[in-house]
Design a protein around this ligand. Structure first.
Ligand SMILES: [Zn+2]
Length: 75
């Protein structure tokens, strides 16, 4: 986990103004307005559950994306 008093050292400011598509509702939104979280997904080739940093348009979409059994691991 990264800890810094200067988040700009880790996030390129221009990237926050670009658009992306929410993996849950598929609506476009700005990265800077989204919610970053460690998300879980199933690899379609190996059928394994993997995790990665994902960006959602809202907390609601994050909670809808994650399987309930994975939400217990987010404390
Ligand atoms: Zn969404």
């Amino acid at each position: 986990m990264l800890h810094s008093l200067r988040p700009a050292a880790f996030i390129v400011p221009q990237a926050l103004k670009t658009t992306c598509k929410c993996p849950e509702c598929e609506k476009p939104f700005l990265y800077g307005k989204g919610v970053m979280a460690l998300g879980h997904y199933r690899d379609v080739e190996t059928d394994d559950v993997r995790q990665g940093l994902m960006c959602f348009c809202s907390t609601t979409c994050l909670l809808q994306w994650e399987h309930p059994s994975m939400l217990g691991l987010m404390h």
